[in-house]
Design a protein around this ligand. Sequence first.
Ligand code: ZN
Ligand code: ZN
Length: 133
Amino acid sequence: MTNEQEHEGGCLCGALRYRIAGPLEPSIHCHCRLCQRSTGAPVVTWVSFPAARFAMTRGTPAEYASSSHGRRLFCATCGTQIAFRSRLRPDDIDVTVASLDHPEQHPPGSHIWTESRLPWLRLDEDLPAKLRN
Ligand SMILES: [Zn+2]
Ligand SMILES: [Zn+2]
């Protein structure tokens, strides 16, 4: 197969490991309050792709329903959030870029939920803000 790429990642303690098949689009800085609260970080950077290309290779993530349509997948031991699923986009999955083994290979292309962007955060000022549910 040409153009086939594999990406691997996992949580801080190593209980969860996952694999992503195929190329990935540029990542997205999300500034929503749910990402902020659920990680304690000012911004969370995600890659989004078809969920059929995602597979857990070790462990089973815990889940938390962070809204009526969203579920956050995380390690019950160390707390690392690895993924997000939304009923509004049932065929897709979002994975936290920083849980990948090589996050440096997935630079961001845009910002979303910038209405709750923290005013003191200086980050990729040149990238466009996009709408996203
Ligand atoms: Zn862990
Ligand atoms: Zn978010």
